[in-house]
Each structure stands twice: as structure tokens, then as C-alpha cells.
Design a protein around this ligand. Structure first.
Ligand code: AMP
Length: 426
């Protein structure tokens, strides 16, 4: 137990963290291009927020939440997604009083008690955006375009946008009736959870992960056939904008998404070939959520992508991820006098923004040089007892395989000059 992490969680190790930093960097840059500002909300919220926001009959609320009582017996839940918290903050912090629409993005860990497998974890990370206060269909299309832009910046290919409209409560009522009629004879064959959903929220049955339920609803009537005029018009416009922007999409009338709050546009972005968990992002419009969470009637739309799945897809598509970290100087020291000189030299170099590393372990010259090589340092400074006595240091430029003796008082400025003028600073 003590040396085992909880099931469905991951350590991100130092040798792979550069991939995460790169990915986080790219999504932040693209979010900025589209005018989104970051919001950071707590990792846990009152359970009621997700019950109301995500929906009582969703898989997330029925089966997947990490809910606990704190010492004052409040029921709290680790956030399973980011939209409900963002809406809560929008209302609580009165962001609606600012210029509308409000465009926010978030990034962080989410928690769902799901069955772990490749691409599906109990703690995973999402980047998401939310826009509050605008109903225009061009925005639905722009959010899809932005999602595709992020994947494009990351060098991903072979992605497909799956698109649907899940209508408004009005269309859903009509759909609910025909769906119940269709499922009437099949109820006893559905899984236990879906039997409960039959009366409460039959639309959710279309989203069940159980194989048997999936088979039973394969030919069920879809919401697309029941859209009201307004939802239909909105959907047509979204498609027109996507066509205008030359963003290909595939209509998927069965797409309902796993959260109750969606209205009208719903979409998912699917990567082929990363296994069963192919959805690398998804989102949609939620024109009633803000009101359901206690705000005034105001439309909203959002999108979230799973960072783990994006990285898996990048790996699978063999996208080269650049290492952003810069290596600077490795100082090899022999003897205590040299170590002292090295300590002050290192501080001066670091003040100038240059990374400096040591051995710390009292190893031999040969072993220290090996460490320097392993760390890919472009410069190595060697300070032995002889050098200290002479008031010099040996400066090795690893790329040129050259070395020279430099006076101790000149070495810092020389390295700074070389480093800043050289290609290490590109
Ligand atoms: P959702 O919030 O369910 O709409 O999911 C949005 C995105 O988050 C999905 O497209 C996935 O990329 C990612 N995601 C959702 N659940 C998980 C999970 N359990 N593990 C890893 N990624 C996930």
C-alpha cells in the first residue's frame, strides 16, 4: 500500500513531464488566441452542485463521483468535470456583471470512479473552455474550430468531429415519449441502472456503456428527428458556419454525451487508432445550466479535452514533442577549496538565468564528467586543486569538443556572453 498509488491514478515522472509542459503551453497559447481567460476553481465542491449541474441520472453522478463527508459532515465531491464549477464561480463571483460574453478556460485534475484502462483513469486532466452569455451559432462552430486548432497546433492528424443536436427541453419531451414507447417492451432486458432511467430520464439509456443496452438501443429513435423549429434552425446554422470554415464533420444522430446539461449542439472529437477510448475531446451548448444552478436565464457553451488521451494520440501518431528545458553549465569540482569557488560561481551564473548543476556526491573526475555528458550540458567547468592554486578554471565546450583555461575572475562573464549569444538562447 505504502508504495502503491491508488488504482486509476498516474505519476507523471520527471523524464516525461516535458510533454505535459509542452501540451499545457500550446493549449494556453491557443486559448489566448481565441480570447479566453483562465479561471482556477477548487478541486472539490459541494456535492449538490454536481448533482444539479451534471444531472442525477448520469453515469457520473450515479456511479462515478468521489464523494466524502468532511469533519463538519458536509458532503463534498472531488470535481468530476469542470463546467459546473465554472458556472458556480461565474454566479458566485458575479462575473456576469462584466462585459458579455464571458470566455473562460481551465486546466486541471478531474476525478471519476470509472473502470481504469488505457486512456481511462480515475484521476485525469482536462483543459476546457466555457462561454457564458452568447447564443449565436457561429460561436458553436468557432468552439469546434478552436478545438481542432489545438489539435492542429499539436501536430495531430486523422481526427473526426462527430456532431449532433440534442435539442431543447421542448424537443426532448417529444423524444422522451417516442423513446419510451420504443423501449417499452425491452425494459426488462436493460441493465439495472437503465431500468431506473426508463421513467426518470430515458435519453440517458442511449449513453449507457453496457454492451447489452447498447445493442438494444441501436435502432432507437434519435432526437434529431424530433427537433423543434428553433433547434433545427440553430443546427443548420452551426453546420453552415463549419462548412464556411472548412471544418469537416460527421453527423452522429446517436451522440448524446454523458452529461445532462447539453442542449442543441453536442460534439465529440475522435481519434482513430488509440483503442476503445477514442474520444479526445467533446462539448456542447448548455442553455439552461446557468439557470438550473441558480442564475438568471443565460446561454452557455463549452468544450473539454482530456490531456492524457491527447498525449496518447500524439505518441501513437509519433509526434515529436520538443524539450523546452535548457541545460547550462555542469561544474566539476575536486576538493573543498574548489567546491567553495564553484558555489559562488554557480550563484552568479544562476542570477544570469543559466542552469547550473553539480555532482554533490564527491565522485571522481571521470564520474563527474560522465554525469555532465549524461545531462547534455553544453558547457563544463572543471575546478581542480591545481586550477584553484593557479586562479583559473578549465572551460569545456562540449559541442565543439574544445577546452581552454580561463582566469577565475573572467569565467562567469565569458560563459554568460557565450551562452546568451550562442544557439542555446535561440
Ligand atoms: P467529458 O467531460 O466526459 O465530456 O470528457 C471530455 C474529455 O475528457 C473526453 O473526450 C476525454 O478525452 C477526457 N476524459 C473523460 N473521462 C476520462 C477518464 N476517465 N480518463 C481520461 N480521460 C477522460
Amino acid at each position: 500500500m505504502l508504495t502503491t498509488k491508488p488504482r486509476g491514478t498516474n505519476d507523471i515522472l520527471p523524464e516525461e513531464v516535458y510533454k505535459w509542459q509542452y501540451l499545457e503551453d500550446v493549449v494556453r497559447k491557443v486559448a489566448n488566441l481565441y480570447g479566453y481567460k483562465e479561471i482556477r476553481t477548487p478541486v472539490f465542491e459541494h456535492t449538490e452542485l454536481f448533482r444539479r449541474g451534471v444531472g442525477e441520472t448520469t453515469d457520473i453522478v450515479e456511479k462515478e463521483m468521489y464523494t466524502f463527508q468532511d469533519k463538519s459532515e458536509r458532503s463534498l465531491t472531488l470535481r468530476p468535470e469542470g463546467t459546473a464549477s465554472t458556472v458556480r464561480a461565474f454566479l458566485e463571483d458575479k462575473l456576469y456583471a462584466k462585459h458579455l460574453p464571458v470566455k473562460l478556460y481551465y486546466m486541471g485534475a478531474m476525478f471519476r470512479y470509472d473502470r481504469p484502462q488505457a486512456g481511462r483513469y480515475r484521476q485525469f486532466h482536462q483543459f476546457g473552455v466555457e462561454v457564458f452569455g452568447a447564443i449565436d451559432p457561429s460561436l458553436d462552430a468557432e468552439i469546434i474550430a478552436m478545438a481542432m486548432d489545438i489539435y492542429d497546433h499539436l501536430g495531430l492528424e486523422n481526427l473526426e468531429v462527430e456532431l449532433n443536436s440534442v435539442g431543447c427541453p421542448h424537443c426532448r419531451n417529444s423524444h422522451r415519449e417516442v423513446l419510451q414507447e420504443y423501449l417499452k417492451e425491452k425494459v426488462q432486458d436493460l441493465c439495472g441502472t437503465c431500468q431506473g432511467r426508463f421513467n426518470k430520464n430515458p435519453l440517458r439509456i442511449l449513453d449507457c456503456k453496457n454492451g447489452r443496452c447498447r445493442d438494444l438501443v441501436a435502432d432507437a429513435p434519435t432526437i434529431g428527428d424530433m427537433l423543434c423549429d428553433e433547434c433545427n434552425k440553430h443546427f443548420q446554422k452551426v453546420k453552415e458556419y463549419l462548412d464556411e470554415m472548412k471544418i469537416p464533420y460527421k453527423l452522429n444522430p446517436g451522440l448524446v454525451r454523458g452529461l445532462d446539461y447539453y442542449t442543441k449542439t453536442a460534439f465529440e472529437i475522435v481519434a482513430r487508432g488509440i483503442g476503445a477510448q477514442g474520444s479526445i475531446g467533446g462539448g456542447g451548448r448548455y442553455d439552461n445550466l446557468i439557470e438550473d444552478c441558480g442564475g438568471s436565464s443565460m446561454p452557455g457553451i463549452g468544450f473539454a479535452l482530456g490531456l492524457e488521451r491527447v498525449l496518447l494520440t500524439m505518441e501513437q501518431q509519433k509526434v515529436l514533442i520538443p524539450r523546452l528545458e535548457q541545460m547550462g553549465v555542469f561544474i566539476v569540482t575536486l576538493g573543498e577549496a574548489a567546491q567553495k569557488v564553484a558555489a559562488s560561481m554557480a550563484q552568479k551564473l544562476r542570477k544570469d538565468g543559466i542552469t547550473v548543476e553539480f555532482d554533490y556526491m564527491g565522485r571522481s573526475l571521470k564520474a563527474q564528467l560522465k554525469s555532465a555528458n549524461r545531462g547534455n550540458f553544453p558547457y563544463v567547468v572543471i575546478l581542480g586543486e591545481e586550477e584553484i592554486k593557479k586562479g583559473v578554471a578549465i572551460l569545456r565546450k562540449m559541442e565543439e569538443s574544445s577546452q581552454e583555461e580561463v582566469a577565475l575572475q573572467d569565467i562567469v562573464s565569458l560563459i554568460v556572453k557565450e551562452y546568451k549569444g550562442g544557439k542555446n538562447n535561440e
